[in-house]
Write a protein that binds this ligand. Sequence first.
Ligand code: PGD
Length: 770
Amino acid sequence: MTDDTALQWHPHSAHWGVFRAAWDGTALHVRPHPGDPDPNPIIDNLPAAVRHPVRVARPMVRRGWLERGPGPDDRRGRDAFVALPWPEVLDRVADELRRVRDRHGAEAVFGGSYGWSSAGRFHHAQSQVHRFLNMALGGYVRSVNSYSAGASAVILPHILGSFDEVARRNVTWERIASDSEVVLAFGGMALKNARVASGGVSRHVERDAMRRAAARGCRFVSFSPLRSDMPEEARAEWWALRPRSDVALMLGLMHTLVTEGLHDREALARFCDGWPVFERYLLGHDDGQPKSAAWAAPICGIEAGRIAALARSLPGRRVLIAVSHSLQRAEHGEQPVWMGAVLAAVLGQIGLPGAGFAYALGTLGHYGRCSNAVPSPALPQGANGVPAFIPVARIADLLLHPGETFRYDGATHRYPHIRLAYWAGGNPFHHHQDLPRLARAFATLDTLIVHEIAWTATARHADIVLPATMTLEREDIGAAPTDPLMVAMHRVLPPHAEARDDYAIFSDLAERLGVHAAFTEGRSARQWLQHLYERTRRALAERGLEAPDFETFWARGEITLPQLPDDGGILAAFRAAPDERPLPTESGKVQIHSPRIAGFGDASCPGHPAWLPPTEAPDDAHPLWLVANQPTDKLHSQLDYGALSQAGQRDGLERCRIHPADAAARGIAERDVVRLFNHRGACLASAVLDDGVAPGVVQLPTGAWYDPVDGDDGRITCVHGNPNVLTRDLGTSALAQGCTGQLTTVQVERHTGARPPLRAYDPPPAAARP
Ligand code: PGD
């Protein structure tokens, strides 16, 4: 047992929470923030990770790129790397950026560089790379939206208001604890997701709020193929519906309400636009198919009587409809978001305390909290002179189809021809779908440059890998817009080997490209922290609050920021005064039918929410739905080599949960090595028999580092259990083009063949300079 008093503790923060850390010269020690009622155990991945052999130790260049120079190459991901000294590698990066800009223009550079990187607001790798490319090249092809909320970010402004307004300033956990009577959680409210927030939160409040609400008699219903999507404290009823059938269930509920006259006609008339068009659809006036509970039952795998009974139990009660991110991370992901809002409208609940529609509540730590009343530090990114962009999850389409057009939010755009991609703080070989296709897409590039702390699959597919410090090796400011604690993130240990801060790397590149003064503004990293802190300090002073100077903040380790009142945001304001505080939609009301979206003419997202059958559903060859959701013991792919994450895996494999009946039908026993496959690829996993998984469903979380081999049957096989080798690379619809990685169809069998060794955590082979 460590003697905590003998160690020097430093405040720090991660997306999974605020914590303290100490380095004793050989080992890292971490403790949660003492004020956190429910700390996230993911901090336990840090100690074993900081000096792990998989850290990138020095700048490395792919042998094939050094030998043949820039150009398309399908050896990416299989090649050896050559160590080069920092000055030489920076010269080569600067030369290559100059070459591409001068020959092809900044429109040939993809700098979207999606990814969560680390929690500090200054050393935020994505902001750094964007600022650098704007200064050095005049811009880059960017990406819009996120893998988390690709569909909802586009549909919500059409139907209610901006994503931030609807997701962030809405019903709070406190209101749920005090007011909600029924919470219908579509996609559940799993704490593994609710306890993560970019920038880091200091108090994880969700578990206790659900416990208090349940103790008061609030009824939680979780609609999900996984029982684990709701914490025990909620005492929830688990409705194990089929994946991707929530929209049908919502329609069945509404049909019962409307045909039995239980809907809130007055609220629909007062607060909504387009109800008559939707009502015709619901009742089947035009297509002859009423969307009744009986119609919904076989789609959802839930009895019609149960659906109707639930509908009848709702009127007259404070009902909250929550729709999780996961539902919209699937084909036609816009529909459950829109349909959930319409269900709340039919119940007349939108804008009432603890009731209505709370998009994404329980799927990220930002939601269900009050927003800060003063701004957090953020690195200005400068102006991007390149108009071209992609919806973030269309990266492989961009690289594979230059010059072709795509639809997005009612307009047609064209993919530019990308020659160089620059990535810092993200792991596309974690976050993207159909990874064999992504590898083909990256093979088209002239050059891929990656800053990484560790040898992720993305680093292995790069041409130039620059070792970045990890968060504990530098100073920063931790802040989330929904958490009152702003944290002075002290440096805890020295950089690993030759690793450098992203900022230092970009500063040296900026020097070589003649934009050092513009990029750095003459500031060291510490001076940037002082500068960025000043905005928050000034805002505190303007409110007449204590506004300590930077040195005081730094010495204290944290300050508490004021928050906005728990007022329910724009939905509550609109309900109280619909004429004075209209919603920012076409009609100023809840948009049940949108003439604007109807006018886009895209069949994959019609003018009102609708049941749209999946274009890839379970069949004889691939009879199971695979739920590829967020992991429990790490954030995305970060620190997969840490102790907690490793303890969650078994026999060197990610665990795959399967219903005992589906396992028995395939001769699969607990701990068997199983093979999941479809026509895109295959992966191995360790079987867990679990009746908390609906029959016909298997669950394999994302995050195990991609470790592909060529399978005997010609399929790429991940020997570690990364489900994105199986998922489909398809946009949610022509409207949002969001990520659809949550669901796919597979077959599962016992794996009886040999198991290639796991190499995911070994650095790639080193080669001598050619
Ligand atoms: P992370 O593992 O967080 O995943 O995708 P994302 O790319 O964000 O990657 C962050 C990377 O940044 C890590 O490799 C880490 O080492 C690196 N890093 C950390 N700190 C620094 C730093 O200071 N500097 C540099 N240069 N690098 C750093 C997440 C994405 O995955 C998201 S948000 C979602 S919601 C999606 N979810 C799913 C899903 O549910 N199902 C599937 N199938 N696929 C998904 N993909 C998406």
